[in-house]
Design a protein around this ligand. Structure first.
Ligand code: AMP
Length: 308
């Protein structure tokens, strides 16, 4: 059963997990709380653009979370509710919050998910294939009609379990997002510049390597941009930082419809600003209340901290 009527008005579609997360950090714990790559990315991008979410949940998924997504104008025509349990992820962070430690991943309904894109999404120009099974990413990619920008994310779980399918998907992506640990893991090298170049050689026109509280690197043909991270004092839970970064990044590109290197740099700062807010609270508790003005304010602070 699909969760909305659909709309030909979405600017960007997000494909990924819709999850119930249980997360522990040195600052507390959240049990069975709203999460998932597609959820963080959608809510972040909704600050700039009209978003359609593609994913699956089980019958146990609380209605209040669907109502929350609708309140953010996230179109749910591509969200299926099927028999079974929702995807669950359990993890923790130590004082070095750059590294998430997974305790348990239950694919549940994700294991059988065979997404069928709503007709009106197939011509969408911007697509974020957020962290999920690379076979699902490939399946969705095949259903799209010549999108302008396909951005891809993944994580260690899929590098370990489905590296071949992931490599086939990387070859097709325009922008690849990874974090530093994943970039090292994929090529078995400690050097991020080498990994960035090696990913570019696989096909993407741009590669972004996120370094948690140390910012992000953008590699394009012949260029490297190093973005700072916001010096955050109230770091509570970094879960969803990568996905809200990605949502802010692609949301800004979809809003401006400008893929110039200069605008990509701006998009990275918008993504970083939104990700920094997200880390101030568990789940989407902070993201749900920030406004576009808040994001612009933090964007200005980024300009200030990086200016010399
Ligand atoms: P991040 O932005 O990297 O912190 O992603 C956090 C989200 O990823 C959490 O809300 C999890 O539900 C989700 N997640 C965890 N493991 C996986 C996985 N193997 N595939 C897809 N999503 C996952």
């Amino acid at each position: 059963m699909r969760q909305g009527k659909g709309s030909d008005m979405v600017d960007v579609i997000m494909v990924g997990t819709v999850a119930l997360d249980t997360v522990k950090t040195p600052f507390g714990e959240a049990v069975e709380t709203l999460g998932g790559s597609a959820v963080y990315a959608s809510v972040a991008a909704s600050l700039f653009a009209r978003v359609g979410l593609v994913g699956v949940v089980g019958r146990d998924f609380p209605e209040k979370h669907l109502a929350f997504l609708r309140s953010k104008d996230v179109d749910l025509a591509g969200l299926e509710v099927v028999d079974g349990d929702t995807f669950r992820w359990k993890g923790y962070y130590e004082y070095d919050m750059n590294q998430a430690h997974t305790l348990d991943t239950r694919l549940n309904v994700l294991a059988q998910f065979n997404p069928r894109l709503p007709q009106e999404y197939k011509n969408c120009k911007y697509v974020f294939l957020a962290n999920t099974d690379p076979e699902i990413q490939l399946n969705v990619y095949k259903q799209m009609h010549k999108p302008k920008l396909v951005m891809l994310d993944t994580m260690n779980y899929w590098i370990e379990n489905k590296k071949d399918a992931l490599a086939r998907m990387i070859e097709k992506a325009d922008v690849l997002l990874t974090n530093d640990a994943e970039a090292r893991q994929f090529f078995g090298t400690p050097n991020l510049v080498k990994s960035g170049r090696a990913f570019l050689n696989m096909g993407p026109k741009a590669v972004i390597i996120k370094k948690g509280e140390h910012g992000a690197l953008l590699f394009t043909d012949g260029q490297c941009f190093s973005a700072p991270a916001y010096p955050l004092e109230d770091l509570v839970d970094p879960t969803g930082a990568g996905d809200s970064f990605a949502g802010g990044f692609i949301g800004w590109l979809a809003k401006t419809d400008d893929l110039s290197p200069r605008n990509m740099r701006k998009a990275i700062i918008f993504g970083s600003a939104i990700a920094s807010y997200n880390a101030e609270a568990f789940s989407l508790n902070k993201l749900q209340s920030i406004t576009r003005d808040d994001v612009f304010n933090r964007y200005m602070m980024f300009q200030d901290i990086a200016s010399f």
